[in-house]
Design a protein around this ligand. Structure first.
Ligand SMILES: [Zn+2]
Length: 258
């Protein structure tokens, strides 16, 4: 099927990229983000392609030819930044629009990565040509370069290491909004459960007004075996999907059956 979007895992093989630290190399982080998004688009029934699925070297010519020849309308090129800074950046073509970049930034901010900037850049000697080959050589494909954060900033690096799935998912969500395609969040948690430091779990002195009774009620569901997914235990104010209600009712029914 003709892809709507092609994902580009930046760098690879003999080119590690510049966004490296003691925790990860840029090429590997780019690849795991891209593979995650690839599988998510498949799950959402959105035709998708990808420039590489393994740790291989791609020349800029080979990479841009894959994008140009993919028939995709959009390209998301995944990268990790370096060079001193904090937060995410999205770079778009001088012939493109800031709409999708801004949606990406909003989604990444919502996932806890601060928004540094969106921008375009031209060749120093030619204001009519894009600086980055991913914009300059990808023809009519609307290409954005996403720099998820700075590998040499401790806060960004830890966020990426811990929550890269959430950040990758944010871009999937932003894409669906931009391309007006139906979006559903993943059915399995995208990352480890968040620590239970949410204000709703703080002790309360006014009975009935705090959240202790909520958490107690939720914990009871787990004690009884009606719920098993630990992610939901941490989100007592979040709604459950319909199928989870069905599972709870089914387990209740089984339990009550003589
Ligand atoms: Zn890069």
């Amino acid at each position: 099927m003709t892809p709507i979007v092609i994902l580009d895992a930046g760098h690879g093989g003999s080119d590690p990229g510049g966004g490296n630290n003691t925790q990860f190399t840029e090429k590997d982080m780019n690849l795991q983000i891209s593979l995650y998004q690839y599988n998510r688009f498949l799950a959402l029934n959105i035709p998708v392609a990808i420039t590489r699925t393994t740790d291989v070297t791609l020349t800029s010519e080979a990479r841009t030819a894959l994008v140009r020849n993919s028939s995709a309308r959009y390209c998301i090129s995944n990268h990790i930044n370096s060079g001193g800074g904090r937060g995410s950046e999205v770079i778009y073509s001088i012939y493109g629009s800031p709409t999708f970049p801004q949606l990406i930034q909003d989604a990444l901010t919502a996932e806890g990565m601060p928004n540094r900037r969106i921008f375009t850049r031209t060749l120093p000697d030619n204001p009519r040509l894009d600086y980055y080959f991913m914009h300059r050589e990808t023809g009519s494909v609307e290409t954005v370069i996403v720099e998820y954060g700075f590998a040499d900033n401790a806060l960004d690096a830890n966020k990426l290491q811990q929550d890269w799935r959430d950040l990758a998912e944010g871009v999937v969500r932003a894409f669906c909004t931009y391309a007006k395609l139906p979006y559903q969040p993943p059915t399995t948690p995208t990352s480890n459960p968040k620590p239970t430091t949410a204000p709703t779990l703080a002790p309360t002195t006014s009975p009935g007004n705090g959240a202790d009774w909520k958490q107690e009620a939720v914990n009871w569901l787990y004690d009884q075996g009606f719920l098993t997914d630990e992610q939901w235990r941490q989100q007592p104010d979040q709604p459950l999907p319909l199928w989870a209600h069905a599972v709870i009712l089914k387990r209740l029914f089984e339990k009550l059956k003589p």
